[in-house]
Design a binder for this molecule. Sequence first.
Ligand SMILES: Nc1ncnc2c1ncn2[C@@H]1O[C@H](COP(=O)(O)OP(=O)(O)O)[C@@H](O)[C@H]1O
Ligand SMILES: [Mg+2]
Length: 256
Amino acid sequence: MARKIVVTSGKGGVGKTTVAVHLAARLAQKGQRVVLCDADFGLNNVDVTAGVEELVTYDVVDVIEGRCRAKQALIRHPKYPNLYVLTSSHSAPERYVSPQAVKVVLDTLSPQFDFIFIDCPAGIDEGFHRAVAAAEEAIVVTSPSVSALRDANRALTLLKSYRLQTLSLVVNMVRGDLLVSGECLTPIQIADLLKLPLLGILPEDYRLSENELSSLHPSFRMMANNLLTGKQKLYDVERKYSGLFGNVRRALKRSL
Ligand SMILES: Nc1ncnc2c1ncn2[C@@H]1O[C@H](COP(=O)(O)OP(=O)(O)O)[C@@H](O)[C@H]1O
Ligand SMILES: [Mg+2]
């Protein structure tokens, strides 16, 4: 049976889709069989971020409405053959999709996979419920900004009512230069505030803003290992900005 993990946040634009896609790809690269399900029926951009939008034939609505079987709707990733993408509605974006229907599709796939990641939409309304109801574990993604933290906290309050087995935190878009100069909350402080164990830390990095799955950031290696082993090895975002050369990098970053 697959571990079904929803990637959620409350706020939009903090990196849910990025984390879901890259983490799923890293686990697939390590030999795990992974499904990545786009449960964001509004923006549905998992296919673009994963670089498979040209390969979409069927989507999850086609499965729910009986036009194909769940396995037929899976897009096998050309670069990561253990990664299968299940896109959200392209054919019928306005169609109502019930939480139960999504859960049934994922439960059908579960016995043949090790992980199913569910990419959650922003907000805490119906789309949130649909994504979370199908999951057994949750990864909460936040950036260090106050508004993202507030939304993550709201999402967390709701998540607790679902009785998920595991909740963990990814702090994204962390600026090592600001951490070194003590100008922002550290990921550990954020984890303490939200009372969640840290699964990973991701720096703000232009390569992650390119919206394509070309190279995997080393932080995802650690995150994937943490997910598999329960350990807590975290990427050091400050290292680049420490020491003599680090001071120069900080000064340069500040002048940008
Ligand atoms: N660590 C990062 N550094 C730089 N850009 C990032 C990072 N994480 C995400 N992004 C970019 O931020 C934007 C929003 O990310 P996305 O994953 O779509 O957020 P969400 O799914 O939470 O709405 C995307 O353009 C993405 O490429
Ligand atoms: Mg998204």
